[in-house]
Design a protein around this ligand. Structure first.
Ligand SMILES: Nc1ncnc2c1ncn2[C@@H]1O[C@H](COP(=O)(O)OP(=O)(O)O)[C@@H](O)[C@H]1O
Ligand SMILES: [Mg+2]
Length: 472
């Protein structure tokens, strides 16, 4: 949409997000750089009056791709929104005491939950929505204290740690890759002699494919190990925000060949309602696993998809998750669906913009309504196919310009082109990188047409990325 923001709140966010950068990427995690374009303009008159049923607390990092869309959803539903984040001091200096911003210590989930409970003494917090894995733990702890429907904190913790997740799923008989964790200070060459190839090495606590590397032989294994070690060292401040011990190991898994799907769902009282199943039509064979295209509905046969849904539901159950959003990733292995990941949060980045339910509800509206205990009818996704392409970062450097945006937007079926990286900013590809260049969105009658539109739009875009000048 044209460049003017829809609400004062969005103007506010645009300022705050430039002031305090936090990492992030798309479908694995919550936060990220601010969108340069505001979200689609609301088509109905927002109800601004306060909802007597209370306020919703949204837990995000200071800058989140998601914040604008959640704000729009809350406004549209007439739910007053409080935004909890670990905003940096620069932003606090800028805003002073902001009434609807809650500054929380994300590094200590129990402390953050206490801060929320304190805030709830003077404000009517009636629902909490986390937008990331670590905030899902805080949300669970805080909701427990406030007596709101919630996931058991232990379940949210399991979902936020790849090793704990693997163990819980395996113990419950849910199909997962064979895995083994090694202490980060062990000898990688010895570790390499104890695993089979091909395998995938990954840190326990990062997301969005950061540090996820395939190795086909011992030399590749050692190289991947060293790279993850460096990445974990370089992201120390982020790591501090996660569960203790989570950064001390490397997880090694068997590589599961096969098509990958993502399941977006909502747990209500322990029952998983599947909201959408996405195909990821680009092969994800490594050595790095950059996500690109997501298209829904899936083109796999219905019986297989029914099985995928069953396995995702069994996985959520095995983790102990019972309430709120779920984002699961599965591969279609030789013996059926294998769970790669089940997160207690919704799809990340701007990818939720692919989804519309019922009479046009956004995913954020569904989540806000659910958290506030509003009645939600059967959540049927629109009939049309829909897709997103996360624009990959081809190489490290500084973004100097983007060409072809109008040409990309002119492709039939393309609904929006959103470049999220400002010119002049350094961009870093996987496995170290933490963001995308932006997002393409398309809708159409059939998934194949949506995929083709996304590919054509991407072909029309040129990103001018020049090497960063060395800083003395
Ligand atoms: N064991 C595996 N076999 C095959 N591919 C894998 C495996 N583990 C991870 N991947 C690939 O890497 C991607 C990211 O891994 P994942 O464990 O989901 O980490 P993240 O939390 O960073 O998304 C997956 O979506 C998948 O494409
Ligand atoms: Mg993942």
């Amino acid at each position: 949409m044209p460049g003017e923001p829809t609400t004062d709140a969005e103007v506010t966010f645009a300022v705050s997000s430039r002031s305090c950068r936090r990492v992030s990427k798309c479908c694995g995690r919550e936060g990220g750089r601010p969108s340069l374009r505001p979200p689609p303009r609301l088509r109905i008159t927002p109800r601004i009056m306060a909802d007597s049923q209370g306020e919703l607390l949204l837990l995000v990092p200071t800058t989140s791709y998601r914040l604008d869309d959640f704000r729009a959803a809350a406004l549209r539903l007439g739910v007053p929104l409080v935004v909890g984040s670990d905003r940096c001091h620069k932003v606090e200096d800028f805003f002073g005491e902001e009434k609807d911003l809650l500054s929380l210590d994300y590094r200590q989930p129990a402390r953050a939950a206490e801060q929320i409970a304190d805030a709830a003494r003077t404000r009517p917090i009636r629902g909490i929505v986390p937008a990331s894995d670590p905030t899902a733990v805080i949300a669970a702890l805080a909701a427990e204290r406030l007596g709101l429907p919630h996931n058991p904190p232990a379940a949210a913790r399991r979902a936020a740690n790849k090793l704990a997740m693997r163990e819980a799923l395996r113990d419950a008989g849910v199909a997962v890759p064979a895995f083994r964790a090694f202490p980060l200070d062990s000898d990688p060459l010895t570790a390499a002699s104890e695993v089979s190839f091909p395998c995938v090495l990954k840190p326990l606590i990062l997301s969005a494919s950061r540090g996820v590397i395939r190795a086909d032989d011992p030399a590749g294994f050692v190289g991947a190990w060293r790279r993850i070690e460096t990445l974990l060292r370089d992201t120390a401040p982020e790591r501090r925000a996660r569960e203790e011990g989570g950064a001390a190991s490397i997880l090694v898994e068997s590589f599961v060949a096969g098509a990958e799907l993502a399941v977006e769902g909502l747990l209500r009282g322990g029952r998983l309602e599947v909201l959408a199943v996405f195909d990821k039509p680009d092969p994800l064979d490594g050595p790095f696993f950059e996500e690109t295209i997501y298209v829904t509905p899936s083109r796999h046969p219905a019986p297989l998809l029914a099985r995928v849904e069953e396995v995702a539901a069994a996985g959520a159950r095995a983790l102990g998750l019972v309430e709120g959003p779920v984002h699961a990733e599965l591969r279609l292995g030789a013996d059926g669906p294998v769970v790669l990941e089940i997160a207690a949060r919704s799809i990340g980045g701007l990818c939720s913009r692919t989804l519309r339910f019922g009479a046009g509800l956004s995913l954020e509206e569904v989540l806000v309504a659910h958290a506030m205990g509003r009645p939600l009818e059967a959540l049927r996704r629109e009939a049309r196919a829909s897709g997103v392409m996360m624009l990959p970062i081809p190489r490290r450097g500084v973004l100097h310009g983007v060409r072809g945006v109008e040409a990309a937007r002119a492709v039939r079926g393309v609904e929006d082109v959103v470049v999220t990286v400002p010119e002049g900013r350094e961009v870093v590809p996987l496995p170290e990188g933490d963001s995308y260049l932006g997002f393409l969105f398309a809708r159409g009658e059939a998934p194949a047409a949506v995929e083709a539109a996304l590919r054509e739009a991407h072909r029309r875009l040129t990103f001018e990325i020049r090497p960063a000048l060395p800083v003395a």
